[in-house]
Write a protein that binds this ligand. Structure first.
Ligand code: ADP
Ligand code: MG
Length: 348
């Protein structure tokens, strides 16, 4: 770090996505079998007809999780799930993970046992093998990095970059609930900080809390799509809010889109919580994070096949790039979507 004379730039100027683009702009691929490098939910490596899918996520204490209200077992489970979600977003099946941890002195053996209980439970549930990792000490808290390796036939893999005009835009499950769960936990934490005798009132909020603390990846959707003989024309997982992910698909596919506010699935529990917080539930769905649902596009000819699928919602369609990526509100207004996801590096 000998940059004394050089004018240094704040990383916050670029934001997370800007920084990734900047630091990876000189990356060159040397191997023909690297079908996809940086820029999708996971990398794709070709071994004949079968491809490996590789993705990594890093979770840092104080940034991605707060141990005041996150049980370590849940954290371990979630750390696996967020990676598997990226594998499913490629329409692939996860098979192995590696787990690396950096641990500060405040953690005891029993704490690590709890973390691994959650990791093992997720491996069991999603049928993946934990095949390695790394262990280090840390000066400040806990960091967990997981790499997931999956498998798919080359022709089954779905990218962010292949949506085409008139395709139907679909989302799974419901959106904004994990964000509302986080708001609730943060509120109770603040009250607890000023009054340690206070017992958090989390009763009746199980659904949104579970969505935040113990999310699941949409393994079931990949299976359903196969059974319906639908190959999405593009797919991404929703980790940073619907807006941000729709824009990723539009930018990478060089298209625009029109989605409809009244089609965006929001659970009643999310609405209830949002009302209590005086937050528009729509804002939680568009800009909240960590839903780990799937956003995908399908050819119009497949629309009929998803009609009876309770967990798949058609929310709009792909349009020409010139139209931009817009949402039509219930009042008929057209609003440009904006990426306001979990951009931790670009705090306002
Ligand atoms: P996701 O939200 O699906 O996990 P990200 O937004 O984190 O994806 O990353 C977008 C792309 O940039 C991915 O292909 C990822 O592998 C790549 N990427 C992120 N950080 C780095 C980095 N520090 N060096 C190289 N590639 C990176
Ligand atoms: Mg992703």
């Amino acid at each position: 770090m000998s940059d004394k004379k050089q004018q240094l730039r704040e990383i916050s100027e670029l934001g997370e996505f800007g920084l990734i683009d900047h630091i990876t702009k000189d990356v060159k691929l040397h191997h023909k079998n690297t079908l996809k490098g940086i820029g999708d939910d996971a990398a794709v490596i070709n071994h004949g007809n079968i491809c490996s899918i590789v993705t990594t996520d890093l979770l840092v204490e104080g940034i991605h999780f707060n141990l005041i209200y996150t049980p370590l077992k849940h954290l371990g489970y979630k750390a696996v799930v967020v990676n598997l979600s990226d594998v499913y977003a490629m329409n692939a099946t996860p098979k192995q993970i590696t787990v690396s941890v950096a641990i500060s002195r405040k953690f005891a053996v029993e704490h690590m046992e709890q973390l691994y209980e959650g990791i093992n439970l997720a491996c069991e549930h999603y049928n993946v093998d934990l095949v390695g990792g790394d262990t280090s000490s840390s000066l400040t808290g806990l960091a967990i990095s997981i790499t997931a390796i999956g498998e798919a036939k080359k022709e089954d893999i779905t990218y962010r970059s292949t949506a085409k005009k008139n395709d139907i835009v679909c989302v799974t499950g419901n959106l904004g609930s994990a964000y509302m769960g986080l708001q609730l936990l943060e509120r109770e934490k603040e009250i607890f900080k000023t009054n340690p005798d206070f017992n958090p009132s989390l009763k009746g909020y199980d659904y949104i809390l579970e969505r935040q603390l113990k999310p699941e990846a949409r393994k079931d959707i990949i299976k359903i799509l196969k059974e319906l003989k639908i190959k999405p024309t593009s797919m991404i997982d929703i980790s940073d809010g619907l807006s941000s992910e729709v824009l990723h698909i539009c930018n990478k596919s060089d298209v625009g889109c029109k989605i409809f506010q009244d089609k965006i699935p929001i659970d009643l529990n999310t609405e209830k919580m949002a009302e209590e917080f005086k937050i528009e539930p729509l804002i939680a769905a568009l800009n909240g994070g960590e839903d780990y649902e799937l956003l995908f596009t399908i050819d119009v000819k497949d629309l009929e096949k998803i009609k009876n699928q309770a967990s798949i919602h058609a929310i709009g369609h792909i349009a020409d790039k010139e139209h931009g990526a817009v949402m039509i509100t219930t009042g008929g207004q057209s609003i440009q979507l904006q990426a306001q996801g979990w951009n931790q590096m670009k705090e306002e």
